[in-house]
Design a protein around this ligand. Structure first.
Ligand code: CMX
Length: 136
């Protein structure tokens, strides 16, 4: 079951400059985090208790975000939806004809993550997130 929109990922060329811009736009401070597993640096803005906006700057030319920036330029990169059982959810999505990038959840910044291919979701890259338990 989808519980909520967890975060919106935006690809940027310069994290420092874009984080400063979004701090003005949103009126809140960014939390900066490295995500070596995804080959990105992230500026995370937590809006209220619900949704985050995450700015993503690639840390190397082999990052999928670097490829995205080169092809499509800055902008909306993905939408992340929170689920409570990622492996089950990925199975359900596949049974519903959605093309998976990940067949099983893998470790990400927010917990276990898995991606659905944009070609099967109207051109939108969708990430499923099963957040890590508090304190765990
Ligand atoms: N949103 C929408 N479309 C996208 C996309 C995105 N984020 N990324 C790629 N595409 C499109 C491309 O434009 C291209 O379309 P065309 O064939 O029409 O030109 C097509 O998908 C294939 O793209 P590609 O550049 O050839 O790239 P790959 O197939 O090598 O990889 C993808 C695309 C989505 C499978 C890969 O980027 C991936 O596995 N992404 C998941 C992991 C990820 O994005 N991590 C980033 C950080 C996430 C985080 O930290 O939360």
């Amino acid at each position: 079951m989808i519980k909520r929109v967890h975060h919106i990922g935006i690809a940027v060329n310069n994290l420092k400059e874009s984080a400063a811009l979004f701090e003005k736009l949103l009126g809140i401070k960014a939390h900066i985090e490295e995500a070596p597993c995804q080959k990105v640096s992230e500026a995370i803005f937590k809006i209220g208790d619900e949704v985050e906006i995450n700015l993503l700057e690639p840390t190397g030319p082999d990052s999928s975000v670097a490829k995205f920036l080169e092809k499509r330029g800055e902008g909306l990169h993905h939408i992340a939806l929170e689920v409570d059982d990622i492996n089950n959810e990925l199975k359900v999505m596949e049974a519903n004809g959605i093309q998976l990038i990940d067949r099983e959840g893998r470790e990400g910044v927010a917990g276990q993550i898995g991606f659905l291919h944009p070609k099967s979701v109207n051109g939108v890259l969708v990430e499923l997130v099963q957040p890590r338990k508090e304190g765990g």
